[in-house]
Write a protein that binds this ligand. Structure first.
Ligand code: NDP
Length: 252
């Protein structure tokens, strides 16, 4: 595949994200608190998370190393940051979940596997087979540093907020409480906000179309989910802090 064809395909993939965003605003993806039993066969929640996040851990590195492009220290850095995120998400996060006995629809797991494989595959094809070598001078560009700061601050917010959520439950509990502290002072879903910031930073620091596509897809999935969580909290808890926004501080 040449670069131009690849860019056209990714353009279509980004357009699809816009469609999915609009669908997600109307139909909440049925996992976690929004799980529905009417979406077909179910799988254990933690196993589902492990299975849907693990393939990406392999696919980007595989394509990256199989491809003939000249690798530079910066392209190794891009790969390393991606692996840092997904090693945590695939191998650590699922086993920290306190969701014993809970299930998710298998169709959700497969759609997440598909979404992950396309995004990771696009990054792998681009940096493994198509991209020009990333020049060392990119490391001196302000956009690279801005992207790096966004990536790590997004990751810190995501990890901190997920940890606060997971610690709300004592072992064996599966119910919901009002989360507090950290960016929960301002938001119902700082974990989802952090994830969007993180991948926006990745798009900027890699300055690549597949990086941008991944950030757009992340926002298309997580903005509607954050809005749905926010409405759910307001309906569930009478004393829910009224000043909290859903997913973007002071905005939304
Ligand atoms: P949620 O915030 O819905 O849930 C995270 C975990 O915390 C779940 O185990 C949930 O339990 C538990 N939890 C949430 N709120 C409460 C509460 N009020 N009281 C007690 N426990 C609570 O996040 P998601 O499951 O949607 O996502 C998990 C991670 O995956 C996030 O970091 C997210 O950013 C990331 N993600 C990334 C995507 C991407 O496109 N890049 C797509 C989807 C997720 P339960 O499951 O029982 O509700």
């Amino acid at each position: 595949m040449d670069l131009e064809t690849f860019q056209w395909i990714l353009g279509g993939w980004i357009a699809l994200a816009v469609v999915i965003f609009l669908i997600n605003l109307r139909i909440v993806a049925p996992y976690g608190r929004h799980t529905k039993r009417t979406w077909g066969p179910m799988i254990d929640n933690r196993l589902g998370w492990f299975l849907m996040e693990t393939p990406v851990l392999l696919i980007f590195p595989l394509l990256f190393f199989l491809g003939p492009t000249e690798k530079s220290p910066l392209s190794y850095l891009f790969l390393g940051l991606y692996i840092l995120h997904y090693a945590h998400r695939a191998l650590i996060f699922p086993w920290r979940l306190r969701t014993r006995g809970k299930k998710m629809p298998i169709v959700i797991m497969f759609s997440a596997i598909f979404f992950n494989l396309v995004n990771a595959g696009a990054l792998g094809i681009y940096f493994g087979f198509l991209a020009a070598p990333v020049p060392d001078r990119w490391a001196y560009h302000p956009a690279f540093w801005m992207g790096l700061v966004l990536f790590f601050s997004g990751m810190a917010v995501n990890w901190d907020s997920d940890t606060r959520l997971l610690n709300l439950r004592k072992p064996g509990e599966t119910g919901y409480k009002i989360p507090r502290g950290g960016l929960f002072r301002y938001l119902s879903c700082p974990n989802l906000f952090g994830e969007i910031v993180e991948w926006s930073g990745f798009a900027l620091l890699t300055f690549s179309l597949p990086g941008l596509a991944f950030a757009i897809w992340t926002a298309a999935n997580l903005i509607p989910r954050g809005l749905a969580h926010h409405r759910w909290y307001q309906g569930k808890f009478e004393d829910y802090p009224p000043e909290r926004r859903a997913i973007f501080p002071f905005l939304l």
